[in-house]
Design a protein around this ligand. Structure first.
Ligand SMILES: Cc1cc2nc3c(=O)[nH]c(=O)nc-3n(C[C@H](O)[C@H](O)[C@H](O)COP(=O)(O)OP(=O)(O)OC[C@H]3O[C@@H](n4cnc5c(N)ncnc54)[C@H](O)[C@@H]3O)c2cc1C
Length: 386
């Protein structure tokens, strides 16, 4: 069996499969792919409830946590329009949900099938655990079964959330060993746990509301779900990307003004709030208000009520890596070339996808990042070959 390759890709997830596909289509380079699981794309398969949220109608640097200019340079090389065109040429036309999110029309197998087909010229080594990479004249990649060599290596081993799907920290270990600085991985796109003062939200488990969450200078508008362990749902998951500690603020009635809604109304407060009755009653109790006719509210009571638009509190933590859709942190992009994700200090070594310190909000941004960075690395390798 051939164990010498021009390019060895570590990890057959979203970014690794895209890099392999790109190299196969645009070059004759000998490409190998090493994967710990017995098949590729485990996260793609279960993503988006089995339909894979591929990308988003609006993709900009503001949807990512990471260095803006680095993210922009990589996204520009393989934009969401390039991705959609590529998929369409391969026979997949994603559907748009909620006017924003592109999903596979049938199941995530549709995109996995394309990636497998386009990367079929690569040699795949499944059920191998990557242990270490060394650089001699070429790169030497050690696995728990055999050792490979390659002139160039694309590290596409992802983050550390969802260990059950094969995730490991080998990517950042390789980076550190080659002198790269890393930011410790933290769970992101994950539910948030609560301090005792906010335990009232747990009582509302199962209720979902459209909210606006402000964390630092980011504003996220989407649904929020009250859960048994704390708060979750798309708005909270995206907010968790920007939250590390300290407080955030929730507007439970975005786009409306509760004080205006109350003006001269004889109606009960809880009915003017236009929210679920269970939520309204709990919220009023928390801000020490009785449910009474709007026209009986004092000035102080109106002030209390206006907390509906900026309910501020500090979550106690997150639901952790087992529930986190992604890991934020990873290999600092200051050590990578913004055109290709190639290491600035080690020629021929690339870090793509989630292992790099770029993380997207909920909504297809992480696959877009994985695909764009995979293509950027592959393109650079192809250019060098010409
Ligand atoms: C439940 C869930 C749902 C998600 N839904 C979406 C969504 O709808 N849209 C979206 O944009 N993002 C979604 N994400 C995030 C997205 O899956 C990741 O950001 C993306 O897969 C990252 O791509 P990657 O190539 O960097 O890593 P991965 O796709 O994680 O691939 C890394 C690969 O490396 C392999 N590997 C790791 N360590 C080793 C080792 N030591 N030896 C051998 N192999 C190894 C892994 O087995 C894996 O196959 C979801 C994530 C989860 C967990």
């Amino acid at each position: 069996m051939n164990k010498e390759f021009d390019v060895m890709i570590l990890g057959a997830g979203a970014s690794g499969m895209m890099a392999a596909a790109w190299l196969n289509v645009h070059s004759k380079l000998r490409v190998g792919v090493i994967e710990g699981n017995d098949k590729p794309a485990a996260k793609l398969k279960i993503s988006g409830g089995g339909k894979c949220n591929i990308t988003n109608t609006r993709v900009s640097t503001s949807n990512f946590l990471g260095d803006d200019s680095f993210v922009e340079a990589i996204l520009k090389q393989f934009s969401k329009d390039d991705l959609l065109k590529w998929l369409e040429d391969e026979g997949l036309r994603p559907v748009v949900r909620k006017n924003r999110y592109y999903f596979c029309p049938g199941s995530s197998d549709e995109i996995i099938t394309i990636l497998r087909r386009k990367s079929a010229q690569s040699t795949f080594f499944f059920s191998r655990k990557i242990i270490a990479v060394e650089k001699k004249e070429v790169f030497v990649i050690r696995t728990d079964r055999e050792t490979f060599t390659a002139s160039q290596v694309i590290v596409a081993t992802g983050g550390i959330s969802f260990k059950s799907l094969g995730a490991s920290d080998i990517g950042v270990k390789i980076a550190q060993q080659f002198g790269h600085e890393i930011k410790t991985f933290q769970p992101a796109l994950v539910g948030l746990t609560l301090q005792p003062d906010q335990f009232w939200m747990k009582e509302l488990s199962g209720i979902s509301l459209k909210v606006e969450i402000t964390v630092g200078d980011r504003v996220l508008q989407e649904d929020m779900l009250f859960a048994h362990r704390g708060i979750s749902g798309p708005a909270v998951l995206s907010a968790s990307l920007y939250w590390t500690k300290g407080s955030l603020s929730i507007d439970f009635l975005p786009g409306q003004d509760i004080i205006k809604l109350c003006a001269d109304q004889k109606k009960q407060l809880s009915s003017v709030m236009r929210l679920s009755k269970r939520f309204s009653k709990s919220f009023l109790a928390v801000v020490n208000l009785k449910d009474k006719p709007c026209n009986k509210l004092s000035v102080e009571e109106k002030q209390q009520l206006s907390q509906l638009h900026h309910y501020r509190f500090a979550p106690s933590g997150t639901f952790g890596f087992t529930k986190a859709e992604v890991s934020k942190g990873g290999v600092l992009t200051s050590g990578l070339d913004p055109k290709s994700c190639e290491s600035r200090q080690i020629e021929g070594l690339y870090f793509v996808g989630e292992v790099a310190d770029v993380t997207g909000e909920l909504g297809g941004y992480n696959f877009q990042w994985a695909f764009s960075s995979g293509v950027a690395a592959a393109d650079n390798i192809i250019k060098k070959d010409h």
